[in-house]
Write a protein that binds this ligand. Structure first.
Ligand code: SAM
Length: 328
């Protein structure tokens, strides 16, 4: 084998990666994984999807190679991973995540324009749109998996009032409220997102301990006398100056001894995070106005400048970290 073969293969692999995504998006959008909840013959699959027989065959074989469907002769059904994550209503249904990620495609084709600063940024989803709802549901599907891991890292003993800034559907607030029965929470997000949060928190049985504040999280008035402020995966959508100003406002709103927790992709050093961090930074630059991906050092500098005591970095999953800082 020539020495360059490995490099050539690796480069081809990177260049071709988008094709697998498109096969998955197309299959999911057509409802293939719902159809294959039960074993089906190939011609029936083609007919139900409205696809050509040849195309259907290629898609099914490609999905089989990805481990998402299995064949018994010419009959196909979902593999366990697809049954668990790609069928509508499955416990780990990633449908909203796929629709949200697929919409990101339109942003990514403008990458070069964005790099040249040619107005490639799109801004936020239209409030209350299906795209925004998918985005919020996609983030929520991730949050419900992570919240039980984060709750023990946030010590709320003796604390009465927590603010969750940019709460999404409130998976983290729900986890804190369940763990600490005397805690109350203030949830801040846009009006449309808070409507989704209210529904979710009511279903979790904690809505009566929640206050909802709708508005722009960079500007809304924070109630004074807070014990804890939790900000998860929000700052990466903002310009650095907005993050700095927000942290200064958090400092003013916390009681002495109050704690600020900033959960984000703050680590750009461990290998897995190092690969993810810059790609996510570009993702944010492409589809949010001021977005990026900040490091723990940047966040630490903002909390220090605001007056917080030097904080600590906690591990909160494979790529996420929590920066904690205390108001003296
Ligand atoms: C990536 S989601 C994170 C949701 C949740 N905190 C989590 O970690 O799963 C970001 C959330 O912040 C909200 N958000 C971002 N910028 C905002 C702003 N300027 N005003 C109000 N909400 C904002 C979004 O609406 C969204 O619900």
């Amino acid at each position: 084998m020539k020495e360059n073969d490995t490099s050539v293969d690796a480069i081809h692999e990177i260049a071709n990666a988008f094709k697998r995504s498109q096969i998955l998006f197309a299959a999911h959008a057509a409802g293939l994984f719902d159809f294959l909840a039960k074993e089906k013959a190939e011609p029936a699959i083609a007919a139900a999807m409205g696809w050509s027989p040849r195309g259907t065959r290629f898609v099914l074989r490609a999905l089989a190679a990805m481990g998402l469907v299995t064949a018994r002769g010419a009959r196909w059904r979902n593999a366990p991973a697809a049954a668990a994550c790609l069928q509508s209503g499955a416990p780990e249904d990633q449908g909203a995540f796929l629709r949200h990620t697929r919409r990101g495609w339109d942003d990514w084709v403008r990458l070069e324009a964005c790099l040249r600063g040619e107005g490639a940024k799109r801004g936020r989803h239209r409030a209350g749109s299906e795209a925004e709802r998918d985005y919020v549901r996609a983030m929520h599907a991730i949050a419900v998996r992570n919240a039980p891991r984060c709750a023990p890292l946030v010590d709320c003993s003796g604390r009465r009032r927590l603010l969750d800034l940019g709460c999404g559907m409130g998976a983290y607030a729900a986890a804190f409220l369940e763990a600490w029965p005397s805690l109350r929470a203030v949830l801040v997000d846009t009006r449309a997102v808070l409507a989704m949060a209210r529904e979710y928190l009511a279903a979790r049985g904690v809505a009566d301990r929640c206050e909802f504040v709708a508005g722009d999280a960079r500007r809304v008035e924070m109630p004074a006398g807070l014990d804890i402020i939790w900000i998860s995966n929000v700052l990466h959508a903002w310009y650095p100056e907005e993050c700095r100003a927000c942290i200064a406002r958090c400092f003013a709103a916390l009681r002495p001894g109050g704690m600020l927790y900033i959960r984000d992709f703050l680590d750009d050093e461990v290998p897995e995070a190092a690969a993810f961090h810059p790609v996510f930074g570009l993702d944010m630059m492409l589809h949010s106005e001021g977005g990026g991906c900040y490091t723990a050092a940047e966040v630490a500098a903002w909390t220090r400048a605001a007056g917080f005591k030097h904080g600590r970095l906690l591990h909160a999953g494979r790529k996420s970290r929590i920066w904690t800082a205390r108001k003296p």
